[in-house]
Design a protein around this ligand. Structure first.
Ligand SMILES: *Cc1c(COP(=O)(O)O)cnc(C)c1O
Length: 389
């Protein structure tokens, strides 16, 4: 019988070794040995499943992949050294020169850089659509479009895209829908249920949840994963077994962490709505969010990211950042520690001013990754910094 999310997250485990350990051991080995010439030959001929070399598979990365597949409802998956390695591999393996990608304009900065700075030179073109008016997607699809690419909620715009609608458009046009599920994790949202073909994660964020290791994941149907796998094996972006071990442990507490992250973020977003120095608070589960209804349909809770805009723009943002005492000034997100970021001068600084304006990244925009500290202490730190503006 299929068990509940929390149980699967804890009980999906590799087989115990002869030592009968309770917690999964760490297999720091670059290669594996064979009994004889026949076993060596058969293993390389893919006649049976076994570990050969840790750039291909390792018990720790396999455990992590099994776990994320179970939680996302996917058939197969691959673990990568980082979220960007996963993003890059999905495009590099599935696209050819002359293909076209349709992407929501509001996406992670490095993904945007791949589209604008590198794909052109391989003759892969990208057309953006506005995440707030997703119907635009139907007008930008071309005969050579192979992938619709989205994040939901988006970074840092927090736009919520209707995956059910987009997957229908994708299916009608014989295109793949690829969803970066980094902001929600499978605990809050399972894109495959809404028709996504591939789901990508930066495991660095909420999946680790403690700001320690980098990691990336792709999961989906076997056919697609098997198209990506040879590129992955030959291009060397394997996740280290140590990081896989850390991430697999982290997932054991994903649900309880996310419950508190979301509770804190919702409380903080409501608190900030009453702040006179702020003009726009955005959080998927605030009724004022433009796609509140879609967020409710797709997501269990609203996630841990809250954004707000300071009325007095860049000057106010700089004062605010400099006055923060407890929260961390960092570009990461999804940590136990609350993190304050100014996207215009950090994560999205490589975009032009015009590109930033199109995705709502104003000079006064602040992104909060709400952590697991006591909510009163988080509020207090943010309030005292706001008072100094
Ligand atoms: C951080 C992030 C990535 C990239 O992940 P890394 O692990 O830093 O390579 C991709 N997508 C989103 C939405 C992210 O927030």
């Amino acid at each position: 019988m299929k068990k509940h999310f929390e149980t699967e997250a804890i009980r999906t485990q590799m087989e115990r070794s002869q030592y009968a350990e309770h917690s999964a051991p760490l297999y720091l080995t670059s290669s594996f040995v064979f009994e004889d010439a026949e076993e060596l030959r058969a293993a390389f001929a893919d006649e049976f499943d076994r570990n050969i070399y840790s750039r291909f598979t390792n018990p720790n990365t396999e455990e992590l992949v099994d776990k994320i597949c179970t939680l996302e409802g996917a058939e197969e998956g691959i673990a990568f050294a980082s979220g960007m390695a996963a993003v890059f591999a999905s495009f590099a393996a599935l696209l050819s020169s002359g293909d076209h990608v349709v992407s929501a304009r509001s996406i992670f900065g490095s993904t945007h850089s791949l589209f604008t700075k590198y794909f052109n030179k391989w003759n892969i073109e990208t057309t953006y659509f506005n995440a707030n008016t997703p119907q635009e997607v139907e007008t930008v699809i071309q005969p050579n479009t192979k992938i619709i690419y989205i994040e939901t909620p988006t970074n840092p715009g927090l736009d919520v895209l209707d995956m059910e609608y987009l997957s229908e458009v994708a299916k009608n046009n014989n295109i793949l829908l690829v969803v970066d599920n980094c902001f929600a994790t499978p605990y809050l949202q399972k894109p495959i249920v809404f028709g996504a073909d591939l789901v990508i994660h930066s495991a660095t964020k909420l999946i680790d949840g403690q700001g320690r290791v980098l990691g990336g994941l792709i999961v989906g149907e076997s056919d697609l994963i098997n198209e990506i796998r040879p590129f992955f094996r030959n291009s060397g972006s394997a996740l280290s077994p140590f990081n896989a071990w850390v991430l697999s442990k982290s997932i054991e507490t994903l649900a309880v962490r996310l419950d508190r992250h979301c509770e804190n973020a919702l409380a903080l977003s409501k608190h900030l709505e009453n702040q006179p120095k702020i003009c726009k608070v955005k959080y998927p589960f605030l009724t004022s969010h433009p796609q509140y209804e879609i967020a409710k349909k797709q997501m269990l809770k609203g996630g841990n990211i809250v954004t707000f805009e300071l009325k007095e723009g860049i000057k106010a943002a700089q004062v605010f950042l400099n006055q923060i005492q407890m929260c961390s000034l960092s570009a990461n997100l999804g940590d136990t520690r609350t993190i304050v970021t100014h996207p215009a001068t950090s994560t999205h600084s490589k975009l032009s001013i015009e590109e930033r304006a199109l995705v709502g990244i104003t000079d006064g925009l602040i992104r909060l990754s709400v952590g697991l500290e006591n909510i009163e202490d988080i509020k207090q730190d943010i309030d005292q910094a706001l008072e100094k503006i």
